[in-house]
Design a protein around this ligand. Sequence first.
Ligand SMILES: [Zn+2]
Length: 216
Amino acid sequence: MSIKSLLFPTRQLCYLCKEKTPYLKSFTCTQCYEKLDFVYKEVEIDSLYIDRVFYALTYNRYLRELMHDFKFNRKSYLYKPFSKFIISMIKEKGIEGIDLIMFIPIHRRKEAIRGYNQSELLATYISKELNIPISRGNLIKKKWTREQNTLDRIQRLNNLRESFSIKKPEEITGKRILLIDDILTTGATFNECSKTLNKNGAKAITALALTSSKTI
Ligand SMILES: [Zn+2]
């Protein structure tokens, strides 16, 4: 390593635009940051099993494109800024007293096709940054289901019924869980996972999503 590179560390470029713009915070440059609409919003969802639900950002056109890249165009590195946005919300909202971080699982066949579970990437980074243990491979999606966004409300609820399960209930017994997903649509996925966690002994569940396409 040359002395020059020690004195002038490599510029850290914005993860969102990948332009030659250094990022200032959360791996994001000022221009990109301004295109994001931070709301840190608490949502009421119809669920007996979840204590609180929050999302960080409005699902605007800019974020929608980024989310599409994150999920389908293999831009998995976007987990870094996205996780930072969720962590900012956790701090801003004073969400505390969490024993275990979990994430919405996807079917192993889908994960094999995509190469990763985007919610697991978020949860892993958040777990490391906040120094809270993560549970992996315990909550699983056992049933292959149709994409939730292709269905109406009633179909969505039926589609997910009994589709998740817990392998090691002892890991979650009495635990206060932070459940992470990338996007909140109707809340049906959060609800069904929380139902499974609850039935297996979880004490409390706070659900967090990066964004929400839920229309109220
Ligand atoms: Zn940028």
